[in-house]
Structure formats: structure tokens, C-alpha cells
Design a protein around this ligand. Structure first.
Ligand code: HEM
Length: 577
């Protein structure tokens, strides 16, 4: 209810008070080359024309706790779990409990060490996951997911457990429905659009965050940076997808908690022994389900109101030509693009697609920034290098333009390396629609749930040297920005194959710009004795927030407390306090 009020009274898409102040006029801009995409040289192509036959603001508990499998049930599964030639993990009941309790990727790593890069993990009397921690096998499965020419895997369990949130959204549907919608929505994130986002949204929003940090720096009080990033990325995705300013950095919007609660619920459902949530009547009486349903209702209501306003605006305008690279100057959002395209799409489908983007693009980028800052604050040498680069490239400017962004290569590597150590989500789920054989000869029975542990691949000593160390230098500055293709699926933070993230370039740009704007003005020091901890809720979250002390640098570099020295000074100040 609160969100509905907020939406109806707030500036709306295309209005003079909207997120973008430019006058309303539709045009297709000249097609400028966006160097930003140069990052991905060779591109895997999937023919989507081909039809397919088949903080702490956050309450970290989400809607509530999960049930867990009693030990004897999982042991029972182990007895007959070996119906294929895949090794079975020796999962003890307490391990399973850990798995279901939150930081599941940690337990998966332990079993990888014991059982090898592909193993079967029984999770109940008849349920199990085939866990993959090998780049070659991950590549095989990801490339065969919703692939029009090789349809072997589908989203499966992840679609089932998050349907209550995403509905028919293209992030979870499969087959023909997914193909048609991905083809319609993907082009909205075109090069010209990213350029406009860089110009008007990414840098501006980061500067708003700086204002907040300024207050923290003046007071000397530690601030929860995870909460700040969650607010920042909601503001960015709101403007980018809906042309709506949540202004989360200044207002306590309930949408942040709602998104977290809903995502945590999807994770809890994925590991529940008794999927009672499949029965709507029972849900009415279970507090956890009522909480989750309320969260989804709030997100849907917000989305629906924004769509209705945008539709009214487009209908009121004279028909204009819609072509590739379309941008409305006053409202360059994804929503405007989709409505102006006049693609035949039901209102529920449109709502669910946009909601997919809101949810997929918010927490993920927030978590990337959280762990990047944590890593840099704990590694003063790397922080110093990043700040030196920002000072040199921005040369007195408060935010980067496109050319600057392309030159912020070390900052980009810091983000890349942080996404290796903390991938969001840490696991990807698939289900085999037909029997399959993995590279190396292990078999996958039809219907088997598969879990690709991105965390394990990214941390495996068999794949990376010094896997647990933060070494942005491992990705050379004169080489390409790492992705699944140029690392042969050793590095898959945005997944790979046909279901790869549509927002990868958007997210990298947003994260690098925010990082540069922030570390140009401030030094950060971890609060002594504070352990952020780790849990999951689709992304890797801290358990206790990321509390940091912030100290102001002199703008434009050459500061008295730049880089490592500044961080050390800030840390000393905290120690003294
Ligand atoms: C650093 C931030 C981000 C990370 C780490 C990330 C990660 C991912 C991953 C791993 C997937 C694939 C999941 C799978 O294979 O099962 C995915 C899909 C997706 N992402 Fe992102 N994402 C990020 C930012 C964004 C942004 C900013 C947007 C929107 C603007 C977005 C929209 C989507 C959508 C719509 C999908 C579903 C695509 C499909 O199934 O066809 N993501 N993301």
C-alpha cells in the first residue's frame, strides 16, 4: 500500500519532474559506435529467429526460514542416488542443514574438494542436484539451454520456485515464450541507450551517493555501504527501466526490502523438502508465505502503475516511426522503448518482463559494488592503483564520459576480479529435458536438476592460480575484459549461452562509473572488528552489513590521504575513536 501511494504522487515517466528533464520528443539518434562493447570481441550467436521445439536496511531472514531434510531421508537417497555413473557426495545431515540455511556455496566447495568437479548431491528422499564445478561441463550445459538448435536443458527448478515473483517474465520462462520475449526486450539495451544512461543516470546517481557519504565523512560515523549500494542501484534501475526516480538514497522505500524478501523466498523454496507453497490455500495460513506474497504484490503494483502512466503518455502522442536504436529523448527508458515498439504483448507479460529486469538488475549490481569496495578497502595497494587511475583519467571531472569509461581499465579489472571471487548468483540451476552425456562421459538422466557452481569454478585451484587472492592484475589491462568466451567458461559471472544476462554491459558500466565517482572523492576503511559475514538471497549478501568509515580526499587527486595511505589514515582514525 505504501508503495502505491509513493508511486502515484511521485514524478512520472516523461513528465517535467520525471527522472529525465529533457523535453519530450521522439527520435532515433544517429548510430554512434559504442566502444564499450569492444570488451566482447568474439560473440557467441544464437539464432532467436529459429523456433524451439520445446542493509542494514534489509531483514536478512527474508520471509522466514526453510525446513530441512532429516538425515535419514538424504541417506536413503544416497543408497540409490547412484543411478548414473556420477560420484555421490558424502553429505552429512549437518552439511545439508548448512546448505539450506544460507551460504550454500560454501558447502558445495567442500564437496568439490572431496568428490571432484562433478558430483551428485542428495537433498531429500527423491531429490538431488548434479553439481558441476568444471568449466568444460558448465559450457556444455549452458550452451544447450534453450538453444534453438540443441534444446537439452531448461531452467527447471528455478522457474518453478520463482514463478510466484516473475510470473511469465522472460527471465524464467522457457522455450518459445522466452525466445519471443528475449528477442523483443534485448534490443532495448542498445548501444545508444547505454550511452544515454552513462551520460544522464550512472554518474549522476553516483554523485547523489557521494552527497550521503559526505555527511558520513563529516560525522566520522561508520556507514553501511551495502545498504547505500542497494539504494543506489534501485535508483539507477528505476530510472533506466521505468524512467522513475525511487530516490531510495533519500527515502526509505519499501521496494528494497520487498525485492530481497521475494528473492530469499525463491532460494528457500528451491531447498524446501515439502513444497507446500505449491498449494495457494495453505499459503493463506503460513506467515512466511503471506509475507512473501505481500512483497510480490508491492513490486507488481509499483510496476503496473508505472506502465499505465507510460502507456497513457505514448497513446497521447502522434504515431512516430520506431526503428532500431529508438530513443525518446525525454524518456529513454526500457519501458518507453517497449511501449513505443507497439509489439503485441499482453499487459501481464509486459509487467512480468519489466519486473524481471528490475529485480535482476538491482540486487546483483548492488552486491558487486559491495564486495568490490570491501576487497579494495582490505587491499590498500590495489585501492591506491585504482584511485591513481581515476585521478589521472578524470583529471578534475566529477564523473566519467564514455571516453573516460573506456580508459578506466584498472577499475574495470577490480570489478571483474570481485565478480570472480563473489559471483551473483553463486549457482545457476538447470534441468535436463532429455538424457545427456557430459564431456568426460558422465551421464545425466532425464529430469535431473543440475546446479552449476559458478563460485566453485571461480575459486577452484584447478582452474585459477591463487584462487582466493584478490588480484585484478590477473586480467591484463591490454587484454580484453574477461568473459565466458575469452576464458573458455572459466569466468562466467554473467552465465553463458542463450540465457546469458542481457544486462551485462549495462551492469559493468554502472559499477565502474559508481566506483570511480566514489573513490575519487573518498577513502574507505573497514570498521575494525566488524565481520560482514556471508549469506545468500540470489546474490551473495553480507550477514551483518558492510560498515565502513569514510574520509574525504581532496577532489582531483594528489590528496593528502590518497589510496592506501588514506585508507590507513581512516583506519587509524577509527582505531583511535
Ligand atoms: C552485475 C550485475 C549483474 C549480474 C552479476 C547478473 C547476472 C546474471 C546471470 C548470471 C544471469 C543468467 C542466469 C542463468 O543463466 O540462469 C542473468 C540473467 C538476466 N539478467 Fe542479469 N546480471 C546483472 C545485471 C543485470 C542488469 C543490470 C539487468 C537489466 C538491465 C539484468 C537483466 C537480466 C535478465 C532479464 C536476465 C534473464 C535473461 C534470460 O533468461 O534471457 N541483469 N543475469
Amino acid at each position: 500500500m505504501q508503495a502505491a501511494t509513493a508511486v502515484s504522487t511521485a514524478p512520472v515517466a516523461g513528465s517535467r519532474n520525471g527522472a529525465f528533464p529533457a523535453p519530450s520528443k521522439r527520435h532515433a539518434p544517429p548510430r554512434r559506435r559504442l566502444e564499450a562493447r569492444a570488451a566482447t570481441e568474439e560473440k557467441e550467436e544464437y539464432d532467436l529467429n529459429q523456433k524451439i521445439d520445446t542493509g542494514k536496511l534489509i531483514d536478512a531472514a527474508g520471509a522466514g526460514r526453510s525446513m530441512f531434510s532429516p538425515g535419514w531421508l538424504t541417506q536413503l537417497n544416497q543408497l540409490w542416488g547412484g543411478k548414473s555413473n556420477v560420484p555421490v557426495a558424502n553429505a552429512k545431515p549437518e552439511d545439508i542443514q548448512d546448505l539450506l540455511g544460507g551460504a550454500l556455496f560454501k558447502a558445495l566447495f567442500k564437496w568439490m574438494v572431496e568428490s571432484g568437479p562433478v558430483y551428485l548431491l542428495p537433498t531429500g528422499p527423491i531429490s538431488s542436484f548434479l553439481v558441476i564445478s568444471d568449466p568444460e561441463c558448465a559450457k556444455h550445459v549452458l550452451r544447450a539451454s534453450d538453444n534453438p538448435s540443441r534444446p537439452i536443458y531448461e531452467k527447471g527448478l528455478v522457474a518453478e520456485v520463482s514463478q510466484f515473483l516473475f510470473g511469465e517474465g522472460f527471465a524464467i520462462t522457457g522455450g518459445e515464450q522466452w525466445r519471443v520475449r528475449r528477442k523483443a526486450v534485448g534490443p532495448a539495451l542498445h548501444r545508444g541507450y547505454l550511452e544515454v544512461m552513462l551520460d544522464r543516470v550512472f554518474g549522476e546517481s553516483a554523485l547523489h551517493l557521494n552527497k550521503k557519504l559526505e555527511v558520513a565523512a563529516a560525522s566520522g560515523e561508520p556507514i553501511d555501504m551495502e545498504a547505500c549500494f542497494s539504494q543506489l542501484t534501485l535508483d539507477v534501475i528505476g530510472k533506466a527501466v521505468f524512467n522513475y526516480d525511487f530516490d531510495a538514497l533519500n527515502n526509505n522505500t519499501p521496494v528494497i526490502q520487498a525485492v530481497y524478501t521475494a528473492l530469499k523466498e525463491t532460494e528457500t523454496r528451491a531447498t524446501d523438502l515439502l513444497p507446500y507453497w505449491k498449494y495457494p490455500l495453505i499459503n493463506l495460513f503460513v506467515p512466511r508465505q503471506r509475507k512473501a506474497a505481500a512483497a510480490v504484490e508491492l513490486i507488481r503494483q509499483t510496476t503496473e502503475e508505472l506502465i499505465a502512466k507510460c502507456k497513457a503518455m505514448v497513446d497521447a502522442e502522434e504515431a512516430a516511426s520506431f526503428e532500431e536504436g529508438y530513443i525518446n529523448d525525454a524518456d529513454p527508458s526500457v519501458l518507453r522503448f517497449l511501449i513505443a515498439s507497439r509489439e503485441e504483448v499482453g499487459s501481464q507479460q509486459l509487467r512480468d518482463d519489466l519486473l524481471s529486469m528490475l529485480v535482476a538488475g538491482h540486487e546483483t549490481t548492488g552486491s558487486v559494488l559491495t564486495w568490490t569496495l570491501d576487497l579494495l578497502a582490505r587491499n590498500p595497494e590495489q585501492m591506491k592503483k585504482a584511485q591513481e587511475e581515476v585521478d589521472r583519467v578524470l583529471a578534475g571531472k566529477s564523473k566519467p564520459n564514455m571516453e573516460d569509461y573506456m580508459a578506466l581499465k584498472y577499475c574495470m579489472r577490480c570489478v571483474n576480479e570481485s565478480m570472480r571471487l563473489y559471483p551473483h548468483p553463486p549457482v545457476l540451476l538447470r534441468r535436463a529435458m532429455v538424457p545427456d552425456e557430459l564431456p568426460g562421459g558422465l551421464t545425466v538422466p532425464q529430469g535431473q536438476d543440475v546446479m552449476i557452481s559458478v563460485y566453485n569454478i571461480h575459486r577452484s585451484p584447478a582452474v585459477w592460480d591463487r584462487p582466493d587472492d584478490f588480484l585484478p592484475e590477473r586480467f591484463p589491462l591490454d587484454g580484453p575484459v574477461p568473459n565466458e568466451q575469452n576464458t573458455d567458461y572459466k569466468y562466467i559471472p554473467f552465465s553463458g549461452g542463450p540465457r546469458k544476462c542481457v544486462g551485462d554491459q549495462f551492469a559493468l558500466m554502472e559499477a565502474v562509473v559508481a566506483l570511480a565517482v566514489m573513490i575519487r572523492e573518498f577513502d574507505f576503511a573497514p570498521q575494525p572488528g566488524h565481520d560482514p559475514g556471508m549469506t545468500t538471497g540470489a546474490t551473495i549478501h553480507t550477514k551483518n552489513g558492510l560498515y565502513m568509515t569514510v574520509a574525504k580526499r581532496r577532489p582531483g587527486g594528489g590528496s593528502s590521504c590518497s589510496g592506501g595511505a588514506g585508507a590507513a589514515a581512516a583506519a587509524a582514525a577509527v582505531g583511535a575513536a
